[in-house]
Design a protein around this ligand. Structure first.
Ligand code: PLP
Length: 218
């Protein structure tokens, strides 16, 4: 099947320390199943309801990655099982994830999404907003979240130098906070730019269309 062929091809070209998250949003269960049977375990979704439905009907050892904008009132639906939330973009959202972590008696791993692009369409904290959050020094009180790193999406552009600059900038920033906050995940790179992202030190890439084929929407 194409999906497995694509997975094998990509796995061969990426370094061992880079985790490939297969972005299965909008794709049917059987697509995920064929990747699963091949041995793939990490899948990314951007909508809560879709993730919950897929989680319910698929094997429970799948690692589910929330990569889309997350509303606070929906955290409760994914809190029992989500493996990593890539898209934390506010302190209030962190508080809610922590609250749901307590309810479910688990520590939930999260990344802060940093807005590194020029596109106004992307979510995330600016570098300044992130620093304000850290300065609050309240993160240590949130015992049921574990901040593991940062996620960023580059500007949608054919000018590779723009993408590279944004990824490099996020990498420097990540390296600055890595020892202070004990971070270890830098989630950067999609189908169009993951090779650049890896050059810029990404260790988690999120690939949809390269694995599952193009989407009609979103
Ligand atoms: C859809 C999406 C991806 C995957 O996009 P492709 O271009 O299909 O690889 C990666 N990250 C996020 C946050 C997404 O929403």
């Amino acid at each position: 099947m194409e999906i497995v062929k694509n997975l094998i091809k990509i796995s061969k070209t990426i370094p061992k320390n880079v985790l490939l998250v297969a972005v299965s949003k909008t794709k049917p269960i059987n697509f995920i199943r064929s990747a699963y049977v091949h041995g793939h375990r990490d899948f990314g979704e951007n909508k809560v309801q879709e993730m919950v439905e897929k989680h319910d009907s698929l094997p429970k050892d799948i690692n589910w990655h929330m990569i889309g904008h997350l509303q606070r009132n929906k955290v409760k639906y994914i809190a029992p099982f989500v493996n990593l939330i890539h898209s934390v973009d506010s302190y209030r959202l962190l508080l809610e994830i922590n609250k749901q972590g307590i309810k479910n008696n688990r520590v939930i791993d999260v990344l802060v999404q940093i807005d590194i692009s020029n596109d106004n369409t992307k979510f995330g904290l600016t570098y300044t907003e992130f620093e304000e959050l850290i300065k609050l020094n309240k993160l240590k009180d949130l015992k049921n979240i574990n901040l593991k790193g940062m996620m960023g999406m580059a500007t949608y552009s054919s000018d590779l130098s723009i993408i590279e600059r944004e990824f490099n900038e996020l990498n420097s920033y990540f390296n600055k906070y890595k020892p202070i906050l004990k971070l270890n995940i830098l989630s950067m790179g999609m189908s169009g730019d993951y090779e650049i992202a890896i050059k810029c030190n990404s260790n988690m890439i999120r690939l949809g269309s390269t694995i599952f084929g193009t989407r009609l929407n979103n």
